[in-house]
Design a protein around this ligand. Sequence first.
Ligand code: SF4
Ligand code: SF4
Length: 406
Amino acid sequence: MQTALSDFVRDTPEGREADEILRKCVHCGFCNATCPTYQLLGDELDGPRGRIYLIKQALEGHAVSAKTRLHLDRCLTCRSCETTCPSGVRYHRLLDIGREVIEERAPRPWHERLLRRLLRLVLPHSGRFAALLWLGRTVKPVLPQALQRKIPPRRAGGAWPAPGRNRTMLVLDGCVQPAIAPQINAASARVLDRLGISLQRVPGAACCGAVSHHLSAHDEGLAQMRRNIDAWWPALESGAEAIVITASACATMVKAYGELLRGDPKYAEKAARVSALTRDIAEVLANEELDPLRQSAASRPRVAFHSPCTLQHAERLVGVVEQILLRLGFALTPVADGHLCCGSAGTYSILQQTLSTQLLSNKLSCLQAGKPDVIATANIGCLAHLATEANVPVCHWIELVDPQSA
Ligand code: SF4
Ligand code: SF4
């Protein structure tokens, strides 16, 4: 695709990166076929090819409007289009750059800015989110049914094994996961302990930065990334072999630290090392001997696995969790349209409720068609979103592997 970027962006690092991405796109439209929002809305501008065109126009200095912003807001950042694109167009980076420019040139009305600010003030801060969730659980009985379903029940984490194994890995607690589902990291610690690995929590490491980053508050997100690097660095220098992440969206973000901080002379090298040492919990188990984790056939439910977009389209770990579950003897039920998003997508389920609800309904139909006993997934956002309407329990797949969680 030919480009003629405008003066305001042409010679910036973002402008050069956007130009390179745009030039790779040959406008073939293959990506539209696997775009969830294009499938639902049928509008070229609600598919990747149309959004690429809108971003190109904005970067070339053409007028942008609230309508331009809306088409970009409706994008889930699911990256299904990247999996499909034969030209290797890095759509998500173009979207990051385009959203920031359009946000500046077509400012949002005050109520949208306020909501986004509130989300950034609460979600990345585990203490604030836990307090809000406590309040929600306290008043839950008097709330309307629709709101009640969105408030997850209290869960206990369970015992965390004592440290002392020969191998040590760090784990990211994250922001919302400790309050919604503390059992996920505790189950991971127990599972890895059986494989001879101590999982160590690191005080000071918190939100991966994804919430702020995806709401176009890039500097705020970068500050959270630097804070995590500072928190992990001493343990990495002392020999911890990996940073394990149990939410695929957070793993995707931490794996991008090296790229996002490459222009920061103080952090570039450390960020690259942190990204290189980051492992989704699925990658860790895939490379281990799993015999110590075998359970009796009677304790193994039939599982429908929902592969989060971040797991399959961003981390590119297609089929890895499924293989682990099959190696451990679980039966998987068939799931149609597994490449499509469930509609959770970070803050999307709050900011784009109509589309999110449609995607959730479609996804649950596919997941429940095979009559599973349980739905398993690999990301806290998908887990909480699916659980609001599912007819069967929804869990993280690592809970199935941990006998204490079963
Ligand atoms: S599939 Fe790739 S090259 Fe074709 S329109 Fe989509 S992004 Fe462009
Ligand atoms: S990221 Fe997902 S929603 Fe956005 S354009 Fe690509 S396929 Fe469509």
